[in-house]
Design a protein around this ligand. Sequence first.
Ligand code: ACM
Ligand code: ZN
Length: 541
Amino acid sequence: MNYIKFMALTILASISIFGFTSSKEIEINIIPKPISVKIDQGQFVIDQKTRIFYNFESNHTQNIASALNNHLKKFYSFEPLKGSFSKEAKKGSIFLKLDSALKMPKEGYRIEISNRGVTIEASAPNGLFYGVQTLIQMMPPDAKKLNKIKLQMAQIVDYPRFDWRGLHLDVCRHFMPKEFVLKYIDYMSMHKLNTFHFHLTEDQGWRIEIKKYPLLTEVGSKRDETLIGSGRSSNQYDGIPHSGFYTQEDIKEIVEYAAKRYVNVVPEIEMPGHALAALASYPHLGCTSGPYKVATRWGVFDDVMCAGKESTFEFIEDVLEEVLALFPSQYIHIGGDECPKKRWIECPLCQERIKQEGLKDEHELQSYFIQRAERFLNSKGRKLIGWDEILEGGLAPNAAVMSWRGVEGGIAAAKQSHYVVMTPGSHCYFDHYQADPQTQPLAIGGFTPLEKIYSYEPVPETLTQEEARFIMGAQGNVWTEYMKTTSHVEFMVYPRAAALSEVVWSAKGERDYNEFLKRLREQVKRYDVYGINYSKAAIDK
Ligand code: ACM
Ligand code: ZN
């Protein structure tokens, strides 16, 4: 290190030490890290008399004010603060200002805390909501009896790097109760994650009520028993039936709850593979017409939906029709991964389809299958997203790709001007081990510790700037073969989802793992208060 650099660092260090001790400033430890935080001198105190004003009455402003009030009531000793309309900020109050004329970045917000009070402003409701989430993280985490909250005076400017900030949950391998799904969404929104990928159908269980096909839940939501131990080596079963599904009323509640937290729910209905539960319910959907059983072990199964029968496509359109009525999401996930071609090779109807449609092989048949699903979704004004196998045999014209077997699928799709969500197994699979397997509950394998997720860069270097625009963001995937309980899910997801939140929200050049860990050590105090069962593997080091 040269002398000038050394002196500069010494001076910087002494300024920050001096600043800290002289003003007793309250540390600000926000996750994901905001774009800019400027600390001012002094503190502003919220107490029971503080009022919340909003610049116009709407469901959004009232909902966001309620989010703040609910928090103060639940975790501190507050009754809801009174709120009302005001065109301008009033001294000593919290002012929520929603104004599209502010022209702030999408989902962005600004906070100013001064001796005049707190102002949070945004061009759109989701930005205002994120401003409140940041404000909450500026409050002490563990103070149930507190009825006065000191806030550090500061100015914060913040907005996300990516549009798709996703977290997935497989509720098929193990069913997760609705109450947990709601909590899962709460924890996402606190980390400014905005896309919940709800994996609803599988070989081992169909978990969403479809009125036209009641057997999907009467038969398909139940399995006789479950494999004990590793899917690679075990042949032992627990003898305990496993079941569960969400009624359409449950789904509406989940979607509405998520919307109030600015989380979009993307449903996944798997086709043509990973569909044994559907085949067990309606055997005519398979090439051999069965009989089939809801799977009791993990893996990839040869029995898939028949691509030769018209009735398969009728089924898919009927199911999607009901799904579209429940989920307002632009994107609908149709799976598309891990579909063996064995049955299609042997099936006269599938072979006939290949011939009639002039397809080259079974890969093109898979592409034909996905393209029909896409045509249906597009005709209803929606968009299709699928796992990267949908590239094989040719990508459907408007499809988005979720790149999971690495980043190559995502790169290929972006180069063809298709939108992409990055979820490579190497960095984004939260079912992998996060510490030495000897010290951990059984997991599927892999090794994806916190630091590895934190280091993930969703835009591959090989893409040009133009191609990089097609990377919508990234997502953490949570497959639950080895997670029987909700607390085990939490243990696998947190704090890894916190690291991911910074990958998808914060500025690329600002990521510093050790500095993140410092903030995380404060954040987990909040997890303790909320009752999130997180892993301490990376924190205790
Ligand atoms: C996947 O993990 N099979 C998408
Ligand atoms: Zn067939």
